[in-house]
Design a binder for this molecule. Structure first.
Ligand SMILES: Cc1cc2nc3c(=O)[nH]c(=O)nc-3n(C[C@H](O)[C@H](O)[C@H](O)COP(=O)(O)OP(=O)(O)OC[C@H]3O[C@@H](n4cnc5c(N)ncnc54)[C@H](O)[C@@H]3O)c2cc1C
Length: 522
């Protein structure tokens, strides 16, 4: 989402030729595709305002948000949604997303989510991310100045004299970028045993790993948001059960069938996300049994219409929203921190930008308000493109550094690079190494370590033990990558670096706030 937005704004508004590289086989292989709830737009004038949205974001962020980032989202967000997702102009260079509309008036429908003071969220049933991602990537794919390269995994940032001038791709190719490299490679919640993030080369911490290997600053990595309700089916990846279920009255029940949410917070199921996540976690620990989510009080037809994707998913597993209490667990969901940027997406490295879940602008502080992240991708993706397009990026130095690199390469007859905007589309299909048992096992160990030691509740000793275990994985991952660079070894190496970064950030912050819940050793 963030990367495609940056590319579209750069290409359409600033006429900058842009290349999007992505690890999946289609641009929709990403977290954005799986967003269920929606994207913040704006509520009706008499009930909502940018100031009210800003207040909600600050409150969710446990008082740790950076106000200028919050103000930017609150004041610019709805215009960006209109420009980029509700484009009904003749040219239609951007996306026109079929959000849910009132049958009679044709007006956009707005829904309310937990911790929002007003209905202000655009949605499409329970698959909003799918319709947004499909429409915006179609817009990028048809743009003449945008090149899209699938199955293309970035393994390194190319640095010259402290400036980022391109990226190295798995398989050996180098992509140079004379105006800048934008890291929009998502978060790291996929490195946890229980995660709502889709499997594949996704959310394995590439953004943090690439940035830290090149010395870019990261911030707030200890604030990993855990979602309270993901479907717990043994031997399967977790699947998100959206907050909207609880918004529609779903209850949390323990093994004895008791509603227990009011025991941990007066707002019960609608308490802030991190509070509910800890409530579910603690109840499962206390009873040593699985906690369940119950929305069986709603009509079957209504459930089919309101939550079609979830209903289909659970039915395939022999369950039914209308009849069954669903087994759940909290799961890592979102990375509030990331590669530190200013409001233009500039990182601490000249030539390197970051946007979306990869970036830490300070918007989320200690925790994220529901449905802010798709909007963040739009606003900050566009901000990077505007910054570069308005001529504020470092052009001259980069261009001459790239020329030097290209000359050196051609002298050595190593024609292994391609230039951004090159019309000769090089074959970027990567060589997929055979996943070795060891790589798979190490990734599994790493995820378990993150869950056990750097999870919903942390202690000083759980974090220290996790760091020790992660260090072992990290050293081995470097060797495995060096011996056989492959999709799997790149993922393991990035995950181990990102995991260490999160655990270290958590250990160095003794204050329990927001999603970082650190308690005294027991
Ligand atoms: C199940 C679920 C439900 C959600 N629901 C909502 C919601 O309702 N509303 C909301 O606002 N947010 C929601 N979120 C959060 C939101 O979806 C994400 O925060 C947001 O989509 C992140 O967008 P992004 O563009 O930063 O990253 P992504 O959409 O994750 O895209 C990152 C891209 O980078 C690629 N990549 C990663 N590493 C590399 C590499 N080394 N080389 C090349 N490519 C790489 C990936 O393949 C991917 O294509 C949800 C998240 C999940 C998982």
């Amino acid at each position: 989402m963030a990367g495609v937005t940056a590319a579209l704004v750069a290409a359409e508004i600033h006429q900058i030729p842009t290349t999007i590289v992505y690890a999946g086989s289609k641009p929709t292989d990403c977290n954005s595709f799986w967003a269920q709830g929606g994207i913040i737009y704006k509520g009706l004038e008499n009930v909502d305002s940018p100031a009210l949205l800003a207040k909600d974001i600050h409150q969710a962020g446990a008082g740790l948000c950076y106000d200028p980032a919050v103000q930017k989202i609150a004041t610019e967000g709805s215009d960006r949604v209109k420009q980029l997702l509700l484009d009904d102009s003749l040219k239609g260079a951007f996306a026109h997303v079929p959000f849910h509309r009132n049958d009679e008036t044709g007006d956009l429908c707005l829904c309310l989510e937990a911790s929002h003071s007003a209905p202000r969220i655009l949605y499409k049933a329970d698959h909003t991310g799918r319709v947004i991602t499909e429409q915006i990537t179609m817009a990028a794919a048809r743009h003449p100045l945008i090149t899209m390269k699938e199955d293309t995994i970035v393994t390194e940032l190319v640095m010259q004299q402290g400036i980022c001038i391109g990226v190295k791709i798995l398989g050996g190719e180098t992509q140079y970028a004379s105006l800048g490299v934008v890291l929009a490679s998502g978060g790291l919640a996929g490195i946890y045993q229980h995660s709502t993030n889709p499997p594949g080369f996704n959310a394995l911490g590439s953004s943090v790993a690439l940035a830290t290997r090149s010395g870019a600053e990261t911030k707030d990595l200890e604030y990993v948001q855990f979602h309270p309700t993901s479907l717990l089916v043994p031997n399967e990846a977790r699947f998100l059960l959206t907050e909207a279920l609880r918004g529609e009255g779903a209850k949390l029940r323990n093994v004895d069938g008791e509603e227990f949410a009011k025991n941990f917070h007066p707002l019960g199921e609608l308490a802030p996300r991190d509070v509910v996540a800890r409530g579910v976690f603690d109840e499962a620990q206390r009873t040593r049994e699985v906690v369940r989510l119950d929305i069986t009080h709603r009509e079957p037809e209504w459930l089919d219409q309101r939550f079609p994707t979830i209903q289909e998913h659970v039915r395939k597993r022999g369950l039914d929203l209308a009849k069954d209490w669903l087994p759940i667990t909290p799961a890592a969901h979102y990375t509030c921190g990331g590669v530190a940027t200013d409001l233009n997406g500039c990182t601490s490295i000249p030539g390197l930008y970051a946007a979306g879940e990869a970036a830490r602008t300070g918007l989320h502080g200690g925790n994220r308000l529901a449905s802010t992240s798709l909007l963040e991708g739009l606003v900050f993706g566009a901000a990077v493109a505007d910054f570069i397009g308005n001529g504020r990026a470092i052009k001259k130095e980069t261009a001459s550094l790239i020329r030097n690199c290209e000359n050196n390469l051609s002298v050595a007859s190593q024609n292994v690079y391609s230039k951004i905007n090159s019309s000769s589309a090089q074959n970027s299909k990567i060589q997929l190494g055979r996943p070795s048992d060891e790589v798979g096992r190490l990734l599994q160990d790493l995820k378990q370590t993150m869950w056990d030691g750097v999870g919903v509740v942390r202690t000083h000793s759980s974090l220290s033990a996790a760091i020790q275990a992660l260090q072992v994985v990290r050293e081995r991952a470097e060797i495995l990558y060096r011996d056989e660079p492959s999709r799997e070894t790149v993922g393991l190496r990035d995950a181990s670096i990102a995991g260490m970064a999160v655990a270290s950030a958590a250990l160095s912050n003794p204050v329990a706030q927001g999603a970082h819940h650190i308690v005294a050793n027991d």
